[in-house]
Design a protein around this ligand. Structure first.
Ligand code: MRU
Length: 368
């Protein structure tokens, strides 16, 4: 990638400010956890895996900057930072997953001491970033076979390098297929109201010189009807145990259209986006954002004063409309309830299950 979404600089976290793209490549230097939290809340950095990485780095920064050598005080300060990070955005589970990993390190402060814990927290944040890039590349490797020469591939929102530690999930699949030499067209839903498709996905694809066409969200059906779309690839913010998937508002509509037109619809997401504690998508908390994002366009009113507006940032696509979930462990197909759980079986638990004949598979992580 020709840019870095987020970087650890030792005394600060450097974030590519996505609110200014595509007009300007501007980096924000966050010097404390509060400014990292603000960057997540105000969407200077966004996308499920990327906000997980940012939260982890914000906690690591707080650890580095905390002066106290008393385990109790250190624990209390950092625990408050973890709580504050959890409050930044509600839907993407990667945020809670990453904070959970950091919290585990923090919990050992009474055993390992303050200095040791500080270094472990920094290392863990960097590991979360590195692992995310590796995982994205694996998703790309598994997903690339879905794209055929000459295909039209539609994507919604931004699930690229900007939305992750680097490379991307849905866009990672596109990059992998392109790098293999396949030639195809990408159609990019603009993704109202914040235009993550038009501003961010299109910007990434231009950098990578991959042929792409931006469309407004209401054009997807017409393109499908004309036979221009062969495959839909989207990212995810949280996937429930039955495969129901929360992703950027508008994804559900694209999935319904895909089913009507018989077009394969795939979700690309790391296993850190799975929330197997939830039975279905109706349990996923959906963020509602300021209605000004709907009534105004870049600060200019586009609706009459006094009109009511509604601004859910995500919707839930039922698992029944999804042909497969591309993870770093392979492509998972229906029945999702059974097959998603299988991803968390270790070789040992598989053996044990075989030996005991037990059907219980409790070996999956706690999501939040
Ligand atoms: O509100 P955003 O921009 O954070 O929403 C992002 C999305 O919905 C992405 O599609 C999702 O996080 C997947 S990113 C790999």
């Amino acid at each position: 990638m020709k840019f870095k979404t987020i970087e650890w600089k030792g005394d600060r976290v450097r974030i590519l400010d996505q609110r200014r793209l595509p007009q300007e490549v501007h980096y924000l230097d966050c010097r404390d956890a509060a400014s990292v939290g603000k960057a997540i809340r105000t969407m200077a950095i966004r996308g499920a895996p990327a906000i997980g990485v940012a939260a982890a780095m914000g906690i690591a920064l707080a650890a580095r900057k905390t002066r106290s050598h008393q385990p109790e005080t250190f624990f209390k300060t950092l625990n408050d930072v973890c709580d504050a990070m959890r409050e930044t955005r509600p839907t993407a589970v990667n945020l809670f997953w990453a904070v959970g990993r950091m919290k585990k390190m923090l919990d050992e402060v009474y055993v390992r001491g303050v200095d040791g814990t500080k270094e472990r927290l920094v290392k863990e944040a960097l590991r979360i970033l590195e692992e995310d890039v590796e995982v994205n590349r694996k998703i790309g490797m598994f997903g690339k076979k879905l794209i055929r020469e000459g295909n039209g591939v539609l994507t919604h929102c931004n699930a690229g390098a900007l939305a992750t530690g680097g490379y991307g999930t849905a866009l990672g699949v596109i990059y992998s297929a392109w790098d293999e030499g396949k030639k195809f067209q990408v159609f990019v839903d603009e993704t109202r109201p914040l235009l993550q498709g038009c501003r961010l996905t299109a910007w990434e694809l231009i950098q990578e010189k991959i042929p792409a066409t931006v469309i407004t969200d209401n054009m997807a059906g017409a393109l499908m009807m004309k036979g221009k779309i062969d495959l839909v690839l989207v990212g995810a913010d949280r996937i429930a145990s039955n495969g129901d998937t929360a992703n950027k508002i508008g994804t559900y509509g694209v999935a319904v259209l895909s089913r009507w037109h018989g077009i394969p619809f795939y979700v690309a997401a790391p296993t850190s986006t799975l929330d197997l504690t939830l039975a279905s998508g109706s349990d996923i908390p959906i963020e509602e954002r300021d209605v000004g994002e709907v009534t105004h366009f870049q600060g200019v009113p586009v609706a009459p004063k006094g009109i009511r507006a509604f601004n859910p940032a995500f919707d839930v696509t039922p698992g029944s409309l999804i042909d497969g979930i591309i993870t770093e462990k392979g492509i998972v197909r229906k029945p999702f309830k059974k097959n998603l759980r299988k991803l968390f079986l270790t070789p040992n638990s598989r053996k044990k299950r075989f030996q005991t004949g037990s059907c219980r598979t409790p070996n999956f992580r706690e999501a939040s």
